[in-house]
Design a protein around this ligand. Structure first.
Ligand code: NAP
Ligand code: GLV
Length: 313
């Protein structure tokens, strides 16, 4: 139990402030916890723990030493609007990673074992035999081989799938063929029965799934988006499905969340929507990582998982 007495500011529309206050109490004997717009003594706030940027911004926190994202991604914080001199870190915790791996496996197996067809045929009382195949007959290409992508890749490899992966810088992962660069991406998607996106959203990756890329997809490929909605040009995905380039898609994220009622993704026979549930940060398991970064911030040390503001992730 730390003897430090940090003043923590908390803001999230998704996470419970009470649960995070309770979790922090397991790490710090004494701490001040402020929530909402009316913060008493804002000059004394040391660290902000946030999912999204509060409307009032951070200007009043004149001595802020760190901004800690409650997610693995940081784009939702609009990093360009954050004070440039305050370090920003994302949250990487083992529970979130496990959940992401589980989600990827579930979505991949659903296509590999054709459950998406059987679900539809069940509604139609239609008994049509499709011979099952072993995992090594299905290839999975993953965009993003970071903390989450690498774990997903290794887990799917362990299940026997042929796994390919793409990242900005070269990677060596046991049993996984890796690619970089635009040519590498086109080659990889052209060899993948199932394409998974787990990239961070940056200026370089925004709209990466557009007509330009879908044209290189293998005919009747499956697409799983676990990254961010803004990685996808949604009209181009619909067009790719219409053209048979993409057979079906599982989308955990969308450009606008919640997905608007009148969005064409709803009720589309080839699209499964999950409401941004692939992975979530659970306070009691994630708090050691957050507490470690609070201690680092107070000591003036570099944060763990500190975001490179130039790179955007
Ligand atoms: P990470 O550790 O930062 O890894 C990012 C990966 O993407 C790295 O392999 C990186 O390449 C690659 N990358 C970045 N920009 C690229 C580019 N321009 N071209 C090619 N590759 C590029 O991130 P992470 O922890 O794995 O998380 C990834 C994202 O998952 C988060 O940013 C978030 O948006 C999303 N997420 C979604 C959920 C959900 O519930 N749906 C939950 C958690 C996270 P290098 O390795 O070469 O740097
Ligand atoms: C969730 O989307 C996250 O970024 O952790």
């Amino acid at each position: 139990m730390s003897q430090l007495k940090p003043h923590v500011y908390f803001n999230s529309s998704m996470d419970s402030a009470d649960d995070w206050r309770d979790a922090l109490a397991t790490e710090f004997k004494e701490f001040k916890f402020s929530v909402g717009d009316d913060v008493e003594d804002p000059d004394s706030v040391d660290v902000a723990i946030v999912w999204t940027l509060p409307e009032m911004g951070f200007e009043q926190f004149t001595n802020l030493r760190a901004i800690l994202s409650l997610g693995a991604g940081v784009n939702q914080l609009d990093p360009k609007r954050l004070p440039a001199n305050v370090p920003l870190a994302r949250l990487v915790d083992a529970t979130l990673t496990r959940m992401m791996v589980d989600y990827a496996k579930t979505a991949v197996y659903r296509y590999h074992r054709k459950f998406h067809l059987f679900e539809r045929r069940s509604r139609q009382s239609s008994w049509i035999y499709i011979p099952p195949t072993l995992t090594d007959t299905t290839s999975v290409g993953i965009l993003g081989l970071g903390e989450l992508g690498a774990e997903i890749a290794l887990a799917l490899r362990l299940e026997g799938f042929e796994v390919l992966g793409w990242s900005r810088t070269p990677k060596a992962l046991d049993g996984i063929e890796t690619f970089t660069g635009r040519d590498g991406l086109q080659t990889m998607v052209g060899r993948s029965d199932i394409v998974i996106n787990i990239l961070p959203l940056t200026e370089e990756t925004r709209n990466i799934f557009s007509r330009d890329l879908f044209q290189y997809f293998r005919e009747c490929a499956y697409f799983i988006n676990m990254g961010r909605g803004m990685h996808v040009v949604e009209a181009d995905l619909l067009e790719a499905i219409e053209a048979g380039r993409v057979e079906a898609a599982t989308l955990d994220v969308s450009t606008v969340e919640p997905l608007p009622d009148d969005h064409p993704f709803w009720n589309h026979p080839d699209i499964l929507i999950t409401p941004h549930v692939a992975g979530t940060s659970i306070p009691m398991t994630a708090v050691p990582c957050i507490a470690e970064n609070i201690r680092r911030a107070l000591a003036g040390a570099r944060l763990s998982q500190q975001v490179d503001r130039e790179r955007g992730y």
